[in-house]
Design a protein around this ligand. Structure first.
Ligand code: ZN
Length: 236
């Protein structure tokens, strides 16, 4: 069932956010997209976005009608104020505090806050993000409680009634592939497999069964494992 709600999807060009975009296009009458350029090493994800948006619109006339403008915002200051393996050319490893050094403190909070300001201007009342508590890397700002607290803070601070939706919050990577299948069928799964970018190192490389990427960074490993489980469950 679709509603008259108008949504803004945090769309990075990865598997998760592309699945979220399909989820939103199935539900909302008008859907805009936003991405952030923060000097990420995997900036290639920003380059694959326009082609994915075009192909998403081509999958369904309804989606084509609902898909609104795309916004690309410069958040280069994040690279200036943080020091992590996502923005600097250093090896990905665990830190003493139990978090991998790919953790950019407050990144998702900042993204949601900036998205809320954009949504305010654009008259959009739902923010959709791919945050996930299930097989996340322990990023505390992906937690459901962080998002719920932020929703309260944003609505108090901006005098709005924004809804923060996180359709992937409680599902794992296998189930994320299954959600794509459910929302957009085999054509969407194939689009996500062959077009989206997940690899932390920004490596495009050859097309594996599960998509492009280096195959050994944490993001690639999660994606490959999830796809293998999804494929096995589909074949059973
Ligand atoms: Zn990788």
């Amino acid at each position: 069932m679709t509603t008259t709600d108008r949504a803004l999807v945090l769309f990075s060009g990865g598997q998760d956010s592309t699945t979220c975009l399909a989820w939103a296009l199935q539900r909302y009458s008008h859907v805009e997209t936003v991405a952030f350029d923060y000097g990420q090493r995997h900036a290639i994800e920003l380059q694959v976005r326009p082609a994915i948006l075009q192909q998403m619109a081509a999958l369904s006339p309804e989606w084509a009608t609902r898909l609104g403008p795309d916004h690309l915002l410069d958040l280069g200051l994040l690279g200036q104020i943080s020091d992590t393996a996502l923005t600097k050319d250093v090896a990905i490893q665990m830190q003493d505090n139990g978090l991998p050094n790919t953790f950019v403190p407050g990144r998702n909070l900042l993204f949601m806050m900036v998205a809320a300001t954009l949504a305010y201007r654009r008259g959009l009342n739902v923010l959709v993000g791919g945050m996930c508590e299930t097989d996340y890397s322990g990023y505390p700002d992906c937690r459901d409680d962080s998002m719920k607290a932020l929703q309260v803070a944003l609505n108090l601070g901006m005098a709005t009634r924004l809804k923060l939706e996180t359709p992937l919050m409680w599902i794992n990577k296998k189930e994320t592939w299954q959600l794509a299948q459910q929302e957009g069928g085999a054509a969407l799964v194939e689009l996500i497999r062959s077009q989206t970018h997940t690899c932390y190192l920004g490596e495009r490389g050859q097309l594996h069964a599960w998509g492009h990427g280096c195959g050994h960074c944490p993001a690639c490993e999660l994606r490959a494992k999830g796809y293998a489980e999804y494929a096995a469950a589909s074949a059973a």
